[in-house]
Design a protein around this ligand. Structure first.
Ligand code: P1T
Length: 379
């Protein structure tokens, strides 16, 4: 089955009771048993829920995995991965990553005795020098949030395999429409399904997808034991979102390309970060592991002036200034004061998250309207 068919039919069955084409929202916490243990496969909705299960099957299908797990947020999904580890273990992570992930790693899991190395992975071989006997996980975001760095998943997977280390890839920015990390050798794919997967800015959710049964069993145990699951209503919405993922992504990519090119030609813009440019340092890797370049773009205004950048985002009308990304509507953000404020200024500036950096999530509106909005905002 091809990807565009999988988004609609992948691992889905019509409802057994009445043949409903969409799975019903099983808004129930529990299930009747005829005798203790005598049930129809569902006991309690933290453990299993039919609507969530339909969604988890869809997750597995679109990422070419065997097992999918849905969580109450992207961070809850990352939290579940971290619970595979124990005190004394070490993690190598991309240094440029979502601020909330950095906060979870440094403010929660460092306190439990896990050591993190935040490093530039644009050259995958850099990872090898940080590996020791305690290294248990490599954490990769690609493209990174918000600098749009590209990490070579295949090369990193080869290194991880050689040393028997789990490789987890946050695929939130790319989505499986653009890249499928499990096929490139990753062990776990993670999503903030809040973003492109849901696609309509109407839910908060996380996803994990794996191929290996043993790893899936360990994660299912954590999902049930820690309990950070999502509800049936949100599961239904995410499932509905997945059915149009390929069509939305196609337009996000088209509009993203046009916006990136427009910004690059604007006299008030200093740098534009978008992996589709031939001048992007890892454009060749992006081309080889992604189908297209997505709708996420970051740029700086000339003079690295905080006030000027704030004025630009305030002037935008169609691009709504808001946290989050990946919805049908265009959003703008100021990472230094919003999504990445939890990373110390010195650390974030090392990766390029300066005060004049603006991040755009280019939506699927008419491109002429979007360009006109940027034109008037840049003045
Ligand atoms: O917000 P939540 O669903 O918990 O997902 C966290 C998360 C994980 N990984 C990446 C790459 C992310 O971008 C996010 C959330 N990011 C934003 C809210 C943002 O505006 O960047």
């Amino acid at each position: 089955m091809k990807f565009n068919t999988k988004t609609i039919h992948g691992k889905q069955k019509h409802d057994l009771a009445y043949g409903a084409v969409m799975p019903p929202i099983y808004q129930t916490s529990t299930y009747a048993q005829s005798t203790p243990g005598g049930h129809k496969g569902f006991e309690y909705s933290r453990t299993h829920n039919p609507t969530r299960q339909a969604l988890e099957n869809a997750f597995a299908s679109i990422e070419n995995g065997n097992y999918g797990l849905a969580f109450g947020s992207g961070l809850a999904a990352i939290d579940a991965i971290m619970k595979l580890l124990k005190s004394g273990d070490e993690v190598i992570s991309t240094s440029d990553l979502y601020g909330g992930t950095y906060r979870l790693f440094t403010r929660i899991f460092e306190g439990f005795g896990i050591k993190f190395h935040f490093i530039g992975m644009q050259n995958a071989t850099n990872v090898e020098s940080y590996i020791n006997d305690n290294t248990k996980l490599i954490w990769v975001e690609t493209p990174t949030n918000p600098m749009m760095n590209i990490i070579d998943i295949k090369k990193t997977a080869t290194i991880a395999k050689k040393h028997d280390i789990i490789l987890a890839v946050d695929n939130t920015f790319a989505t499986p429409y653009l890249q499928q990390p499990l096929d490139l050798g990753a062990d776990i794919v993670m999503h903030s399904a809040t973003k492109y997967i849901g696609g309509h800015s109407d839910l908060v959710m996380g996803a994990l997808i794996v191929k290996d049964k043993d790893l899936a069993d360990r994660l299912y145990f954590i999902q049930n034991a820690s309990g950070a699951v999502c509800g049936p209503q949100d599961s239904f919405l995410a499932l509905r979102g997945i059915k149009t993922l390929h069509v939305r992504m196609q337009r996000h990519c088209e509009n993203g390309k046009a916006v990136a090119k427009y910004l690059a030609s604007h006299p008030k813009v200093e740098n534009v970060y978008w992996p589709g440019f031939e001048a992007h340092p890892n454009h060749d890797i992006a081309k080889s592991q992604m189908k297209d370049f997505g709708g996420m773009i970051s740029f700086t205004t000339k003079g690295n002036n905080y006030e000027e950048a704030i004025k630009v985002v305030e002037r935008m009308k169609l691009f709504t200034l808001a946290e989050s990304l990946g919805g049908v509507e265009s959003l703008s953000g100021h990472p230094a004061s919003m999504t990445h404020a939890s990373i110390p200024k010195k650390e974030r500036e090392k990766t390029g998250v300066v005060d004049s950096l603006i991040r755009l999530s280019v939506g699927i509106e008419d491109i002429e309207d979007l360009i006109n909005d940027l034109k008037q905002a840049l003045g």
